[in-house]
Design a protein around this ligand. Structure first.
Ligand code: PGA
Length: 250
């Protein structure tokens, strides 16, 4: 059985006070939920603080650089994340692919660096609206998954994939449970065909894109949806708690 995960992607939002208050409200709620792993992904500056305040929540960084150390102003290495006790790292979020030069080669290097450094990657994939309209959604997602994983040896328990159709991110337009399930099942098939049966069985695949307190339960009830990567709604304690509970009840 795959344990569901709910990860809250704060993006470039928050402050130390905000983090303190939100974690204060979430941590006690999560304590009572045994069948879900709750993760928050604050700006890197707040990871230490969140980990100090939270007993039941782990952290994902929003990015890393693949180099171990060196002249990369503004970047963060996997060893630094490991040093803080950060368990996960988002890699290949569509905002980074679109705005910050995270192309397929760079994403693949980052995934390899994360595994090598002992921080679990949450590999984000997803098609644009145009690609979906042109019938390319499956091909795009397959290529994004395989270009990041081809030739790597990894423990499937340590990989999380987030399917985030770009047209659903921050738009309020959630993919329907059936649309999401279809792609999740396809990703699992790609893993079975190209990586291993074990990977297909064990890798957790999250849905992301306008998940909210009213859509979470139905999305998470789908067979191949193992939780969510949640942006906007993860900034509101009450909504995020409902989403975490929905995953715990899967
Ligand atoms: P959203 O963001 O929930 O605000 O659509 C999801 C994400 O970008 O991870």
């Amino acid at each position: 059985m795959r344990k569901p995960i709910v990860a809250g992607n704060w993006k470039m939002n928050g402050s130390s006070l905000f983090a303190k208050e939100l974690i204060g409200q979430l941590d006690s709620h999560v304590q009572d939920l045994s069948n879900v792993e709750v993760v928050v992904s604050p700006p890197a500056l707040y990871i230490s603080q969140v980990l100090a305040d939270a007993e039941n929540i782990s952290c994902a960084a929003q990015n890393l650089h693949d180099a171990q150390a060196g002249a990369f102003t503004g970047e963060i290495s996997v060893a630094m994340l490991q040093d803080l006790g950060c368990k996960y790292v988002l890699i290949g979020h569509s905002e980074r692919r679109e705005m910050f030069g995270d192309n397929v080669e760079f994403v693949a290097k980052k995934v390899a660096a994360a595994f090598a450094g002992g921080v679990n990657p949450i590999l984000c994939v997803g098609e644009s609206l145009e690609q979906r309209k042109n019938g390319q959604a499956f091909a795009v997602v397959k290529e994004q998954v395989l270009s990041a994983l081809r030739g790597l040896s990894f423990d499937p328990d340590n990989l999380v994939i987030a399917y985030e159709p770009i047209w659903a991110i921050g738009t309020g337009e959630t993919a329907s449970p059936e649309q999401a399930q279809e792609v999740h099942a396809y990703i699992r098939q790609v893993l079975a065909d190209e990586i291993s049966a074990e990977a297909a069985e064990k890798v957790r695949i999250l849905y992301g894109g306008s998940v909210n307190a009213s859509t979470a339960e139905e999305l998470f009830s789908q067979q191949d949806i193992d939780g969510g990567l949640v942006g906007g709604a993860s900034l509101k304690a009450d909504d995020f708690k409902i989403i975490c509970s929905a995953a715990a009840n899967k």
